[in-house]
Design a protein around this ligand. Structure first.
Ligand code: AMP
Length: 420
């Protein structure tokens, strides 16, 4: 039987790596230019971290968590371990666990890593996928929201993705949300039985999510209901006004979307999403927003915070349609003409590598022609032929593959010649 990877996971093959590396390099350079520092947290965390923050009635918590079984857990002694389904909660945990709230409360962090959600696999929706994201911790200021949105849009632009759509909304604070949920409940009460099955449950558990439902019936039923922005309190309104003005002043185009309610319970005030039309049904590249209540909910002091997460596989999909990056081969391919010279050749190979020249040689005693073919296939820049004649003279024959030019080079100046 052929072995197979688990459903909803992907292998990233060597030929795909150059595009991933291009993305990763651009991400790091851009985030660091905006003065964000990288943080890395464990892939496994305790379950209680997520059900306390994401929300008990969200799809992720109800259906999509992966649990790790160990003997200790079977004995029922500890909190269950899970594979992380998102990174904001782990980052807030790390922030509090290392006492940043007490010592250096303002932090700008970024992350890059894999996440796990037991979703129904389909195009653009995996069970293991990667996210890059940022979190600004310790600020209530509307300019933090502006910076975070600016950074997401700038990063996509620098990657060469200009044709995406930024949607913006405010979900208000828990107070405005409570008033709005009540109004929504009253308005929808008579139509509950006409909503999709999911939304019938949402009506009782998480009513705001009905606004976000993709089902046509639910959309039509909720279409004419007054939107949340009419229920924003004065402070939330003022915050939202500043965010919009900040974006406009910097010519960051957005579309107000009063139906945008993000899937996690912890969001407050600003929420946003960036989509790309080339992606099909799963068209979101990035989602983010403010979560002013989360740090206090985890036992820290009241602390403002805002961030975003981008799906790397989806960005790669958009990039792959626009851009091709050829893998880079070694600088030198050493061609061995005789088995007896192999050990001399290996010494030379090592010397090149010690001198920071990427180099490769053939171990399979192939014909010289086959070695040249191989050098061409792996995109080596030069082929250096080492034969008995060359060895006795202390030289190699160096051929530049792109031009076909050949010359004899002294062994002692090989590194220098190649570096030139
Ligand atoms: P979320 O953490 O759900 O707000 O998602 C943020 C971004 O991660 C989305 O905009 C997607 O680009 C990406 N994403 C979310 N879920 C998946 C998934 N199952 N597979 C691939 N990418 C995903």
């Amino acid at each position: 039987m052929r072995l197979k990877k688990p459903q909803g996971t992907e292998d990233i093959l060597p030929e795909q790596i150059p595009l991933w590396r291009y993305l990763e390099d651009t991400v790091r350079n851009t985030f660091e230019r905006y003065n964000y520092s990288e943080i890395r947290t464990p892939i496994m965390e305790f379950y209680s971290l997520f059900n306390r923050s994401i929300g008990e009635t969200t799809d992720i918590i109800e259906k999509e968590m992966y649990f790790l079984r160990t003997r200790e857990h079977e004995e029922g002694t500890k909190d269950l371990l899970t594979l992380r389904p998102e990174l904001t909660a782990p980052i807030v945990r790390a922030y509090l666990e290392h006492n940043f709230d007490k010592t250096r409360s303002f932090q700008k962090w970024y992350y890059y890593g894999p996440l796990f959600r037991h979703e129904r696999p389909q195009k653009g929706r995996l069970r293991q996928f990667h996210q890059i994201g940022v979190e600004v911790l310790g600020s209530y200021d509307a300019f933090s929201d502006v910076e975070v949105i600016d950074l997401a849009m700038t990063l996509l632009r620098l990657l060469g993705i200009n044709d995406c759509q930024l949607d913006l909304n405010s979900m208000g604070c828990p107070d405005c949300r409570k008033t709005y949920s009540k109004a929504l409940r009253e308005a929808l009460e008579g139509s509950v039985s006409k909503l999709c099955e999911n939304c019938q449950q949402r009506f009782n558990k998480n009513i705001l999510r009905i606004l976000d439902c993709k089902d046509k019936r639910c959309y039509e039923i909720s279409f004419n209901i007054a939107s949340l922005d009419r229920y924003l309190c004065q402070r939330c309104n003022e915050h939202f006004r500043k965010v919009k003005k900040g974006l406009e002043d910097n010519r960051i185009a957005y579309r107000l979307n009063n139906r945008l309610v993000r899937g996690f319970d912890y969001y407050t005030k600003t929420v946003f999403e960036i989509t790309h039309s080339g992606l099909g049904a799963q068209n979101a590249l990035c989602g983010g927003g403010r979560y002013d209540g989360l740090i206090a909910q985890f036992g820290g002091p009241p602390t403002g915070a805002v961030g975003f997460a981008m799906g790397v596989e989806r960005i790669i999909e958009v990039l792959a349609a626009k851009k091709r990056i050829e893998p880079r081969g070694p600088s030198v391919y050493l061609a061995v003409t005789d088995e007896s010279l192999k050990s001399e050749c290996y010494k030379l190979l090592r010397e090149l590598r010690e001198n920071l020249v990427s180099a490769e040689m053939d171990y399979e005693q192939k014909s010289l022609k086959a070695q040249f073919r191989n050098a061409d296939r792996i995109k080596a820049r030069f082929v250096a032929v080492l034969g008995t004649k060359e060895l006795s003279k202390g030289t190699v024959t160096l051929k530049e593959m792109a031009t076909g030019k050949e010359r004899e080079v002294e062994l002692k100046s090989l590194v220098e010649t190649i570096k030139e």
